[in-house]
Design a protein around this ligand. Structure first.
Ligand code: UDP
Length: 537
């Protein structure tokens, strides 16, 4: 506990530069362990209470799902909100999952640096039966987080019943937490969806209930291309998320989530209007909840990954420092992109043929079939082509987990072979690094399609590859994609650079995303269910 208080006092306190007392305690109530930081008294330098008695204050409860692509993005958005407007504080409900055991060091670091953020660890729940994950990851994840609903309700009820608490202005829910809209409704609170994917994907989710009411069943690869409002071009079914064709719970899970989208009071999207103008404009139809484009929301300080013991940070950054400018191709496939031995060999051969330097974040498919993680005893050198490591020498580096954002911002990186997770796309654009597309799971095929066919912002390697298909992409194709994405004067590189500049302007004062965030803040503060929240301390 002393450690924690020390951490707090060391942390930045840009909102209340005055002396303050913090109370940190844990207690257990109704089976919910509340792990709270209360900022109950704040004193000005003159010793008198600060004059914010007239200031309307608001607390938002964030319910993100763990997993790098969702959790970090939601936390960064919470940080942006409280750094933009000091009337806000955030309580984050932390759902611990066996799929993503790495959130604790990150949470500790957040509590030390963010004075308007508190984290409540919800009690653990039993994961769904493990065989279900092999049938549909999305179904499994949805089931897992639905089990937390009673704990979410207990935690929020407790917060609301505390007369000293800052009034709750609403819930900010992750995609997989949308069923928790029912909790918000029951408690009379508005819900906002925080979407960690792009506006193109939002168009698909808004369309799915219509598909379900008309067709009532899963998509088939042989179905005709789809006319989606968020895409200029017809969209092949093969680039839709695998879940919508999945007959073992995936389709049902997606429909269940999609049906809740229009019940949100607002949809906050981690994109910016200059990136997906066609999609963003398509939502102004009077039937879709207001869409707030607030991105790119990125972990610019690398706070999440600096806490990870998987990061061999110094070694990787030192190696990058020693490479010439724009000479390195970076390969990284998200938090769940894994390969089996034959595919690893082909990637290695492709890299070797291309002649380019490389940084390769590689996670092997475990022999026990579990997702993610590293090799279960198999040595990497047993899998790689014979003599590969000797021939490559200092020309390449292989790691299990790369500090991706930092690597992409390094001058030596010239191109990115990516699984096209939405965060990875935003990070590459922010750093003006062109992507070659190798989508693997979730909505990555749709992202890749959008980047290549709609926006001309990526080099096409694959658009409809699926990790679960077991197909092996051959070295020749990988070599070709690497050579193409590493070209120095390509049109794609020029466009990515322009878009990168736009992405930085979007989040500056007066930029499109800043304005959108301002509209969101006004909506939260002026919500009719939140009229009397003046705190008189
Ligand atoms: N990431 C990282 N190092 C890795 C793999 C992933 O830093 O080796 C980060 C990456 O920068 C991004 C996030 O993890 O912020 C992955 O999110 P994304 O949406 O790209 O993919 P997902 O993991 O959700 O499929």
């Amino acid at each position: 506990m002393d450690e924690e208080i020390k951490g707090e006092s060391k942390g930045r306190n840009r909102f209340f530069p005055s002396v303050k007392w913090n109370f940190y305690f844990k207690f257990k109530m109704d089976d919910v362990i509340l792990d709270m930081r209360l900022k109950t008294f704040r004193y000005g330098t003159e010793g008198g209470p600060l004059g914010f008695s007239e200031m309307k204050k608001a607390e938002l409860v964030f319910v993100p799902t763990p997993g790098a692509g969702h959790y970090i993005s939601a936390v960064e958005f919470a940080k942006r909100l409280i750094h933009t407007d000091d009337r806000f504080s955030v309580t984050l409900l932390h759902m611990r999952s066996s799929l993503h055991p790495h959130t604790d060091p990150y949470n500790t670091s957040l509590l030390a640096s963010e004075t308007h953020l508190r984290i409540i660890d919800l009690p653990p729940v039993d994961p769904p039966p493990s065989h279900l994950i092999h049938k549909s990851v999305e179904h499994y994840i949805l089931l897992y987080f639905e089990s937390f609903i009673p704990h979410v309700k207990d935690a929020i009820t407790h917060l609301m019943s505390n007369p000293d608490s800052v009034p709750l202005a609403g819930l900010v829910l992750d995609f997989f937490c949308l069923p928790m809209i029912d909790v918000a409704k029951e408690l009379g609170l508005p819900s906002y969806l925080y979407l960690t994917s792009g506006a193109g994907f939002l168009g698909l989710m808004l369309y799915l209930p219509t598909h379900h009411s008309q067709i009532g069943t899963e998509f088939e690869d042989s179905d005709p291309d789809l006319e989606l409002r968020s895409f200029v071009n017809p969209v092949p079914v093969r680039v839709l998320p695998e879940a919508v064709s999945n007959k073992h719970g995936g389709y049902a899970a997606y429909i269940k989530v999609a049906q809740r989208f229009r019940e949100a009071r607002g949809i906050i999207v981690n994109t910016f209007s200059e990136l997906e103008p066609y999609a963003v404009e398509s939502f102004a139809d009077g039937q879709t909840p207001p869409v707030y484009t607030v991105g790119p929301v990125l972990d610019l300080g690398g706070q999440a990954h600096s806490c990870s013991d998987r990061v061999d940070h110094g070694k990787i950054m030192g190696w990058l420092d020693a490479q010439p400018e724009s000479s390195v191709v970076f390969l990284c496939f998200g938090s769940m992109g894994t390969f089996d031995a034959p595919q690893v060999r082909e990637i290695a051969l492709g890299l070797e043929r291309s002649g380019h330097r490389f940084l390769w974040a590689l996670r092997l498919l475990r022999l026990d079939g579990k997702l993610g993680g590293s090799s279960d005893g198999t040595e990497l050198s047993d899998i790689l082509p014979e003599g590969f490591l000797d021939r490559i020498g200092e020309r390449g580096m292989i790691c299990e987990w790369a500090p991706q954002m930092e690597a992409l911002s390094h001058k030596s990186i010239g191109g990115f072979l990516s699984h096209c997770g939405w965060n990875s796309i935003l990070e590459s654009i922010w750093n003006s690094v062109p992507v070659a597309t190798w989508p693997m799971y979730a909505e990555q095929q749709l992202n890749a399609f959008g980047l290549v066919k709609e926006l001309g912002l990526a080099v096409e390697m694959r658009l409809d590859y699926r990790q679960i298909g077991g197909e092996v992409v051959m070295a020749e194709e990988i070599d070709g994609a690497i050579r193409c994405v590493m070209e120095h004067d390509s049109m794609v590189r020029k466009k990515v650079k322009e878009m990168g500049e736009m992405s930085r302007r979007a989040v500056m004062d007066g930029g499109s995303s800043s304005k959108s965030l301002g509209r969101l803040i006004a909506d939260i503060m002026n919500h009719p269910q939140f009229p009397t929240n003046t705190v008189t301390n």
